[in-house]
Design a protein. Structure first.
Ligand code: IMP
Length: 191
């Protein structure tokens, strides 16, 4: 079965392809000639994943899955959440976002946070969602150089290395996206 992954992120695509059964041919947005600015206007991670998957299903008539991820900080009532990519403003860098988080948490002792990924799968008009969560704490300073986004300040619970100090294999084993992707793969395997 052909299945569109609503992304152009090569890294995400390769990661998902390694865990989803070969019975599925995974296509990206370019493969289906989709160059649209897919709307992500919902105020929840679940809502955005759903909106993206249904957009492709309805406009391109293809079964599809889409993901959305956010960092949720306890003392900020779940901020930045859906705004994780553009927390410090439109066009900001990963570093700008980290700087904003560090400023907001300056002097704050409760530094608990979690990453949440939701994958929404739409097959023949029916939706299934898969969630992955990793809890941790936010450090006061950056540590490590691998990964992206908030990785240098995120210390997963039970680990002494930040996401940016772990190898990508180590991170994938425990990460929000890894967990959600494995749930999706398991669902597809059993279909
Ligand atoms: P997206 O929904 O996967 O595009 O993620 C939205 C934003 O969340 C990204 O731009 C990053 O700032 C942040 N983010 C998502 N996944 C990760 C991760 O694994 N590590 C660090 N930051 C992440």
């Amino acid at each position: 079965m052909k299945l569109v992954f609503a992304t152009n992120n090569k890294h995400k695509l390769e990661e998902v392809k390694t865990i989803i059964s070969n019975d599925f041919e995974i296509l990206n947005l370019k493969d289906i000639n989709c160059f649209d600015d897919i709307p992500e206007t919902q105020d929840t991670i679940e809502g955005n994943a759903s909106q993206k998957a249904f957009y492709i299903y309805e406009n391109y008539k293809m079964n599809c899955f889409a993901d959305d991820t956010g960092l949720e900080i306890d003392v900020l009532n779940g901020e930045p959440g859906v705004y994780s990519a553009r927390y410090a403003g439109e066009g900001c860098s990963f570093d700008d976002n980290i700087e904003k988080v560090l400023k907001k948490l300056s002097g704050v002792s409760n530094r608990k946070a979690q990453f949440k990924t939701v994958i929404s799968l739409v097959i023949n008009g029916k939706e299934y969602q898969f969630k992955g969560i990793i809890e941790g704490t936010l450090l006061k300073e950056r540590r490590g150089t691998s990964g992206f986004g908030y990785d240098p300040v995120f210390l997963p619970k039970g680990y002494d290395k930040t996401f940016a100090e772990l190898s990508s294999e180590e991170k994938n084993k425990i990460s929000h996206r890894g967990t959600a992707s494995r749930k999706l793969a398991e669902f597809l395997k059993n279909r």
